[in-house]
Ligand binder design. Structure first.
Ligand SMILES: [Zn+2]
Ligand SMILES: [Zn+2]
Length: 262
């Protein structure tokens, strides 16, 4: 069960030495992934307990993973996040619970701490066969069918598939699961006209492209695993942070910011 986390961590460690413009982001993400893996492991090994998917009911168990998580953010996070982690560690469980519940009912990509802390929980909810309860879930093909979250990144892979769905998948920013999505469609507004959909890529990141939409002016990154099978979309997406600069300069807004705020 740790295998998935270890794969992400290994990829981050591999990219750090050669990172160009994203080294600090990757270093932080590598530590964050370790902390998330520890939360996942902690929940998974909790005796005689499985998550109900009702965050309120599951919080007493989840709370025990909090101090360790905050310690990592305080030690490795950028100054603003480190200060926030410090404040939260002083604030007590009630304040933290209120913040987590607010995020749970209505997610936001600028609530870093909540998003990072709940990803491993939601992953374990999914793996253990429960469903999230008490969330406002947006319906529609561009939202995660499990939790209703936004796509963080898309990826292409070789697999048997129907012509209709193509071979593109989206990874959920909230619970990290993935779902199939049509290939030439904006993952934000559903635009299908090829003339409105733009792709940008730079030789520096051969297997990654910006997938932008001129109708809603949103974008996300796509990672082509058919060209780089060793890549992991969530980590490679962060490594390619310089491409986000291009997107911003051209007036595009990311569908959802990642955990390092890019
Ligand atoms: Zn999800
Ligand atoms: Zn769009």
């Amino acid at each position: 069960m740790s295998e998935w986390w270890n794969k992400q961590i290994h990829r981050a460690d591999q990219l750090i030495p050669k990172a160009n413009g994203s080294k600090e982001l990757l270093k932080f993400y590598a530590q964050l992934l370790r902390a998330q893996r520890d939360i996942h492991e902690f929940l998974r090994s909790h005796k005689n307990w499985l998550p109900s998917g009702d965050l309120q009911a599951d919080l007493p168990v989840l709370n025990d993973a909090l101090p360790g998580f905050l310690t990592v953010i305080e030690a490795h996070g950028p100054p603003a996040l480190a200060a926030e982690a410090h404040d939260l560690s002083q604030a007590g469980p009630q304040v933290v619970a209120e913040r987590l519940m607010a995020y749970w009912s209505s997610t936001s990509d600028i609530q870093f701490f909540e998003k990072a802390f709940l990803q491993p929980y939601l992953r374990w909810v999914a793996q253990s066969g429960a469903r999230p309860i008490g969330r406002e879930v947006s319906a529609g093909e561009r939202y995660c069918p499990f939790c209703g979250g936004n796509p963080q990144v898309s990826f292409l892979q070789n697999k048997e598939t129907t012509a209709e769905s193509g071979n593109r998948d989206l990874i959920c920013a909230t619970c990290l699961s993935s779902w199939e999505f049509r290939r030439v469609v904006c993952a934000n507004c559903g635009e299908e006209r090829p003339a409105k959909l733009g792709y940008f890529h730079s030789p520096e990141f051969d297997h990654i492209r910006i997938e932008a939409c001129d109708t809603c002016k949103h974008y996300l990154k796509g990672v082509d695993l058919t060209r780089a099978g060793f890549a992991t979309p969530l980590v490679d997406e962060i490594d390619a942070a310089p491409l986000d600069l291009w997107a911003h300069e051209h007036g595009y807004t990311k569908i959802e910011l990642n955990l390092v705020g890019v």
